[in-house]
Design a protein. Sequence first.
Lengths: 413, 185, 489
Amino acid sequence: MNTGTHTGMPHGDDAHAAPSLDRAQVTLKREGAGGLPLIAGALGVVLLAVAFIVGKGDPAQLFHSYLFNWVYFAMLSLGGLFFVLLQHLTRAGWSVVVRRLAEAVGATLPVTAILFVPIAFGVRAIYPWASEAAAHDPVIAHKSGWLAPGPFVVRAAIYLVLWSLLGWWFWRQSERQDRMGALQITRRMQSVSAPSMLVFAITLTLASFDWVMSLSPRWYSTVFGGYLFGGLAMSSFALLIVLALLLQRRGALGGVVTMEHFHDLGKLMFAFVVFWIYIAFAQFMLQWYANMPEETNWFAARLNPGWLPLTRALVVGHFVIPFFFLLMRDVKRVRWGLWASALWLLLMEWLDIYWLIMPSLYHDGPRLRLLDVLTFLALGLLFAGALAWTLRRRALVPVNDPRLVESLAFENV
Amino acid sequence: MSAAAATTGTVWGALAEFDSPAALYKAAERVRDAGFEQWDTHSPFPVHGLEKAMGLKRSMVPLAVLVFGLAGAAAGMGLQWWVATRAYPLVISGKPFFSWPAFVPIMFECGVLGGATGAVLGFLGFSKLPRHHHPLFESKRFERVTDDRFFISIEAADPHFDRSATVQLLERAGALAVELVEEPA
Amino acid sequence: MAEAVLHDVDAHVAAYDVDRDVDPIDHRPPLILGAPDFHSITEAVARPIEWKPPLGWWIVLGISLSMLALLGVAVAWLFWEGIGVWGNMIPVAWAWDITNFVFWVGIGHAGTLISAVLFLVRQRWRTSINRAAEAMTLFAVACALLFPTIHTGRPWLDYYMLPVPNQMGMWPQFRSPLMWDVFAVSIYGTVSLIFWYVGLIPDLATMRDRSREGTLAQRLFGLFALGWRGSHRQWQHYERAYLLLAGLATPLVLSVHSVVSFDFATAQLPGWHTTIFPPYFVAGAIFSGLAMVITLMVICRVAFKMEHIINLLHFDRMAQLILATGSIVGYAYSTEFFVAWYSGNLYEFFTFRNRAMGPYAWAYWTMVTCNVIVPQLFWFKKLRVNIPVLFVASIFINIGMWFERFVIIVTSLHRDFMPANWDYFHPTIWDISTLIGSFGLFFTLFTLFVRFLPMVAMSEVKGVLPQAHAQPHVTPPSVPYRQEEGAPA
């Protein structure tokens, strides 16, 4: 987020000088596992088929499991796009060395979009507003023009196409700069980032209303988009930490992504742990306080004796533990601390999405069914496969970015 | 050496003047390497990285903030708990006496107040302020430390201090001028 | 020296190119123009304190003081007569008072954003304006505290709000959001004061060392400088403490306007009870405060010849932040409207339709124009560095944000659940005098501040000059790179 103004930066021609980077530092070695994306993708497709065969008799279970895991991976890939937009918007210098990773994550959005298709077919199995009974509920009937399978799918298509285009475009532009080194490309990406951020905010909000909030069609919360965004932003930093650490284990990015960059990612992750609880608390407290039945029903479903332990665990696991852990400076500057906190928070984000979606299926308390696991593995493998593919195709660092020199030399003060 | 010869009273230490952060940084490294303990650098703004050149340990202010912050938050919640359940229990909008969600905002604010108090007390305590009288203020030259000049001061109390050798060390380290500062009478 | 620097600035501005000077890609632009040395920064900042103030300063002070006198009259009359002198009525009680309170608290938030949040995200351009913005925060919080203090017309009873043992044996009711406000705003004021003062210490020492021996100024500056010697052993703790204060002030500033929003949002009133209020109030607060910073800085930089320190780059960055926060505000307006419909709650939707088309439509559309449409100007780089545009837009935004609170409070209240209660709110002359008077208080304090204290953080500005770096900038090492501890070989 160092946008502006590091006065210690070299001025003039110096900054153009492309730093000499070793090929091994900026690309993924292919030896041995060249077919990894393909294998992961194929395995994902097989598992997905298995899930659909297993779940044939129980569409409600199948599609709920699918939806919640799909939303999780959609949030992860969208997090990549968010990171890229934020860095261009703020003219950030420090983050250039990890930006390509985020671009690669964002470039998987088309795959996410395609994987929405089953949900389009499962609308009736998932959403109460699509059922026969809904027509007799005046509150739901009031919005039947908005909450109906047709408009729902069309809107989802609009969000997903926009995200895919943006994710793909930023990745391709950045890769063009690798080859051409034109400053103009940076200028263009910066100009596009501001309106894109606006598009991102609006579509994410509407998507969160459509896909998650409408599971309880009578319930509403204006900050719901902000709630989902908090988790998305937090997990985008966590995912980048995990990716950079993984790639360094495989021998790439050595000396490129340093502890200084990890430290900053860790700080941002910490900031959004706090942001998440801020939104979560505000949403809960206001509805608890006003105590209006049309609002409290949503929380009542999550505070009943069955769900209460998980709700408590989420507060402790998603906020208390990471807050006090990441409060310590040093854990953000050692590998084990980064591994532990980033993986933990990715797990907590998953649990958060589970907590948002699954009470509409498991009324009495959390369950973990085979289909939850199968769809998680299937979608996870497809996401990982797509990500491995996008990471392999390009250099792992935007090697001709004008601010790469600044990023490589970056130090926390 | 003229500065050294001029003194008659008890010497508090040596004060060397530099004209740039870079000169100060290099000189600080030499003073550190000469093994001095009771010495300091002075500058109109914090010079980045100087703590490394001086070999300083990390500041303990964060610990004060944490302790005070947690104490503040606990006191905030404790006060509300005591008032709402012990001192003056009232039924308000059918909510329990101990309505923790309603007590979070004040708990948080009190925690921040505690933390800020800890930060400022920690800063003042660890940097031994306020201290309105100090031998360095006797030096006319030192007035520019808050404007555009950079200084190193080495106290006579340091075991390595030696009037002429220390002054020489500072002069060789690139000082514009070196003077001996006396204890105020 | 300073004149020479300013001459350079004129030349610089004459050949201004936004892409090159404000938003370049291939280098980081200088934050302070004219390549000044350390001493000339001291001179430029100390001058307004050491020189005789210009005539303009006296005129501004005179106007501010007369507005302040108006406040004195309005408040004295209020205390004498009681709150009947205000336009309070049922169902719209304390509308004007609360609007002013929320407006002023909001103004303060930009100061904390600039001093704390921008510090944490290493926006070093903030150094030119953070001191003045923090002072603005303090004075705005003082104005804000005025309104709850006087709102009963019986300020000697204000101790009811404090958790102190008293003769009635009563204690405050901590489940009330109004009590949260008492804590949030007073702690916000206290922490802002601490933060501001800690930042002032090195500059107070500068003023001490520049003052003539034995003068009152020297004694006072010396007293408050606490014996600062600029020693690195002190700087080290100072910087840690400053960073931590910024780290505390950031969630604090979020919490304060969130708590203010809770005053409304915990209620069941349509138009008030909505979960987006906390972040939306915070964004709106920062939005309005930034506009106030622009209003003040446009004047101060010219009046005190600081165009090289507070230059177009700073205005560009602030205008970008205005665009960002203004967009969040617009986003919140739309979300509220959409969800009012989506909820299927008739009362909720009625309130919003009534805002846009009811008797207060004029206020609603003033708000939308000023807060959503005006900031759209700042999509254009050229307008972000156009001082007249910035000045006019900033005033519009201030007006718009005052109206936002007015709209939220009045339109939600004036149509309550029982149509028999419906009414139209009219402020009295005393309401309006109190509002004008609060501006008098604010401008009096600010005018005195720029005359008696360094309005730019000298020590911080010196630290962002290129020559402040101890080591010449190290170009990143070429291959092989230094290995981090624990990195795979």
